[in-house]
Design a protein around this ligand. Structure first.
Ligand SMILES: *[C@@H]1O[C@H](CO)[C@@H](O)[C@H](O)[C@H]1NC(C)=O
Ligand SMILES: *[C@@H]1O[C@H](CO)[C@@H](O)[C@H](O)[C@H]1NC(C)=O
Ligand SMILES: *[C@@H]1O[C@H](CO)[C@@H](O)[C@H](O)[C@H]1NC(C)=O
Length: 167
């Protein structure tokens, strides 16, 4: 029992640290538009995405210049701020039906689910994440990885020179 509580605390602490590092102002806009193919028409993107002009995943951040990792856009007149994403970063929010009742529950970052006491997450970069595994859920296109007790801290946002496997 005590062990379980410690595990839970570790996960909660871990999630809190991750949201400190990545979360809040530096969270990706869930939906954003960008003219990646320069045809004069904005495309729609969600969260961390690669765009037609760049294979690296990135996003506009929710907090603009309040995000300390945010970069100015190279697009003239653009007020939104952006950051690179790490393809192996956990989705900050994701849903999953862990208790198999047909209703998705909501999770953040590295989480244990009702069907598995190991913490895991769906990754932001899908198959671009070299550690990502295919889902066992039929029809699921999201890719996932195990988190381990606190390795979510190693998968944090870094600067503009981030290698694809980190962020
Ligand atoms: C993106 O990667 C694909 C193959 O992985 C390549 O064909 C394409 O040229 C790349 N695009 C850019 C903009 O780097
Ligand atoms: C980013 O843009 C703001 C104005 O929107 C400017 O004050 C600031 O100096 C720019 N930062 C960098 C690093 O270019
Ligand atoms: C993962 O799924 C993709 C299709 O989504 C498939 O091409 C690939 O072979 C699968 N990889 C493994 C290791 O099963």
């Amino acid at each position: 029992m005590a062990k379980q509580i410690v595990m839970k605390l570790t996960v909660v602490l871990c999630a809190a640290l991750v949201s400190c590092v990545i979360g809040g102002d530096c969270d990706c806009m869930t939906e954003w538009t960008y003219d990646g193919d320069v045809d004069g028409v904005m495309e729609s993107y969600e969260g961390c995405s690669a765009t037609a002009d760049w294979n690296q995943t990135w996003c506009y951040v929710q907090g603009g210049s309040n995000c300390n990792q945010a970069l100015n856009s190279t697009v003239a007149g653009e007020t939104r701020k952006w950051r690179e994403c790490g393809s192996c970063n956990c989705m900050t929010e994701w849903n999953y039906d862990g208790d198999a009742d047909g209703v998705m529950e909501s999770y953040e970052g590295c989480s244990a689910t009702a069907d598995w006491d190991q913490s895991w997450c769906y990754v932001q970069g899908g198959s671009n994440c070299n550690q990502a595994l295919n889902s066992t859920v039929a029809g699921e296109t999201r890719k996932w990885r195990e988190c381990g007790s606190c390795n979510c801290m190693t998968e944090r946002v870094s600067g503009a020179s981030a290698a694809p496997a980190t962020a």
